[in-house]
Design a protein. Structure first.
Length: 277
């Protein structure tokens, strides 16, 4: 994502403290894309005014009802954006894992990169963080990791933020007993192997291990700690096409990360999954 030519911005008037226009302004200044705005008629003037200083081409698309995932997917297919920007609605904690939510369906089905905006200010000295897995055996995952790193590096450079890479390389040591007697040696070997693979993954992107946070333990907990430590503004994640069983397991984890991460989330798919270009 060295270039961002077309940006689709979904403005949800039901979201209080919506920061989607703030993110759209930042991207407009950094990349100079064409923008299509989708919102209600009585919100359009305010949105157009907020983006006027960027001086980029803007096309308004008025919808009186709040767009569901099908309506948004139709706009994606028609406009063919390089990225979609949308707010995340705050939902009841008991309902946040339901796969029927608009956000989750867009994660599943949007062929364009999907930037989900949280209602919070950005850190001026913050970072953009990609979560990768350099030891994944699937070629499609490897391709996706390179796309994540390329996009993270480009976005961080254009938005004047730090680029960071997160990798949780092994579960907590207590899960290995009694199978491993010399846990310390075993963990050092595993970490060295992951570091070597990480360096190979980073090399084409002019990134080095100073940009990497390698953690061991629970993925959700260590990722949350990394986001706080690095003052992360945007977490860049990859999504793969999966079977029904994988969706049941992976889907709920991703949904929790989308809801719980205290930063925006950009969900990307490999080039072979993106059918609109």
């Amino acid at each position: 994502m060295n270039e961002l030519r077309k940006l689709l911005v979904i403005i949800n008037p039901d979201v209080r403290d919506d920061y989607v226009l703030d993110r759209a302004r930042r991207l407009a200044h950094a990349f100079r894309p064409e923008i299509e705005l989708v919102t209600r008629k009585n919100n359009m003037d305010e949105a157009l005014s907020a983006l006027s200083e960027a001086e980029v081409p803007i096309t308004p698309h008025i919808r009186e009802e709040r767009p569901d995932h099908e309506a948004i997917l139709q706009r994606i297919q028609k406009y063919q954006p390089d990225m979609v920007l949308k707010s995340v609605r705050r939902r009841h904690p008991l309902a946040r894992l339901l796969v029927t939510s608009t956000d989750w369906k867009l994660v599943r089905h949007s062929p364009a990169p999907l930037w989900l905006v949280k209602s919070r200010d950005w850190h001026t000295d913050g970072s953009i963080m990609a979560a990768v897995d350099p030891l994944h055996s699937k070629a499609q995952q490897n391709e996706l990791d390179h796309l994540l790193l390329e996009s993270t590096s480009a976005l961080a450079s254009r938005l004047e933020l730090q680029a960071r890479i997160f990798h949780c390389y092994f579960p907590d040591v207590t899960s290995m007993f009694p199978k491993v007697l010399d846990a310390g040696s075993y963990l050092r070997e595993k970490r060295a192997k992951h570091e070597q693979k990480m360096m190979e993954l980073l090399k084409p992107h002019h990134l080095d291990m100073d940009n990497v946070l390698m953690t061991r333990g629970d993925l959700g907990r260590t990722l949350a700690q990394a986001i706080r430590k690095e003052r992360t503004n945007l977490l860049v994640l990859g999504a793969l096409s999966r079977n029904v069983v994988e969706h049941a397991i992976i889907g709920s984890t991703t949904e929790r990360m989308l809801s719980d991460a205290r930063c925006d989330v950009l969900v990307m798919k490999s080039q072979r999954q993106q059918h609109i270009r």
